[in-house]
Design a protein around this ligand. Structure first.
Ligand SMILES: [Zn+2]
Length: 334
């Protein structure tokens, strides 16, 4: 052990440590100065001396930091022992790591899948105009479809969107006429709640508009997205369905991902589950967004993220998802 190391060994306080650092390790310290002196040595000795110097400096620095850590730990322990307000015998509070809400988790997964296929992921407003929510998607004021979608109206005449379709118009105007986009988001309905109805729920809408887009494209995209969400091959089945903003419109069924189509309680032993609605975008919707339906066509689809999360995580009461109940959230197996 050399003299410098001996000096370090005998240090008892943080102030002495600072003094030691100043004397040896700082820019003007003795060790740093020694390095500067190496250049005066004959070239034949310089390499060997440089090596020895580096070894010494590393050794001193390492001991310095070790000593500093131990002095600090000692000081903290002393403080804890002598402070009457701190009781170190109380068990520590157990910290648990949080996790993503199932809806957030699913939304991110869908966004990841769709953006890998070239879809824009649009985060739209929850407050929209009556025109965007209804008229622009071919639901004029006297249309019976409005009855089923009562919502929360604001005093300025705007409303909380009842369906993600409310964003179609804005996206077509902004990004059209050639656009592929999905727009997941929260929707609202003014209705009584029970195990399968909530006043607020999540949907994911998507559309692809361009030249020569057909139902074949729709089926392929649906099949690919759903297969990736469920992590297995999903067959897609279209049945005629009515949605004012598409023509023709379809109800979209997927082969049951839980039993592979053999039949189980989730699919009510039919082998198929209803996943959402879709169709070719109605020409009125395109025209209202200044897209020429003679030149451009497109499809739109929508499915319930809330419903999908309930199926995937076997949740039997939709109200639990908005409840903030940590016990329920922790119990979900992902
Ligand atoms: Zn099944």
């Amino acid at each position: 052990m050399n003299d410098i190391e001996k000096e370090l060994e005998q240090i008892q306080t943080e102030a002495e440590m600072a003094e030691f650092h100043k004397n040896y390790l700082s820019k003007t310290g003795k060790l740093t100065m020694m390095m500067a002196g190496l250049k005066d040595l004959p070239a034949s000795e310089r390499a060997e001396a440089g090596k020895r110097y580096n070894e010494l400096k590393r050794a001193i620095e390492s001991q310095f930091f070790k000593k500093q850590a131990s002095l600090r730990a000692k000081a903290v322990n002393e403080k804890l022992k002598n402070d009457p307000l701190i009781d170190i015998t109380i068990p520590a509070i157990k910290k648990t790591q949080g996790s993503l809400h199932p809806i957030t988790h699913l939304t991110r997964r869908v966004a990841e899948i769709c953006s890998s296929m070239g879809f824009l992921v649009v985060d739209g407003n929850e407050v929209v105009t009556e025109f965007e929510n209804f008229d622009a998607v071919n639901i004029p004021a006297d249309h019976p479809a409005r009855d089923m979608q009562d919502t929360f109206w604001l005093t300025n005449g705007k409303l909380l969107k009842t369906q993600t379709s409310a964003l179609q118009h804005e996206i077509l105007k902004k990004h059209g006429p050639v656009v592929s986009a999905i727009f997941p988001g929260r929707c609202y309905r003014n209705e009584a709640t029970d195990a399968s109805h909530e006043f607020s729920f999540f949907q994911c809408e998507g559309m692809m508009v361009g030249e020569n887009i057909s139902i074949a494209n729709l089926i392929y995209v649906m099949k690919t997205i759903l297969s990736q969400i469920f992590g297995r091959e999903i067959e897609v089945r279209l049945r005629p369905g009515f949605f004012p903003f598409v023509e023709p419109g379809f109800e979209l069924d997927g082969s049951c991902p839980f039993c592979g189509g053999k039949g189980c309680s989730v699919c009510k032993h039919s082998g198929w589950i209803e996943l959402g609605g879709c169709g070719m975008i109605h020409e009125n919707v395109l025209k209202m967004a200044d897209v020429n339906p003679e030149q451009y066509q497109g499809f739109a689809f929508g499915f319930g993220l809330t419903r999908l999360a309930m199926m995937q995580y076997a949740i039997n009461d939709v109200r639990l998802l908005n409840s903030g109940n940590l016990e329920f959230l922790r119990g979900i197996k992902r």
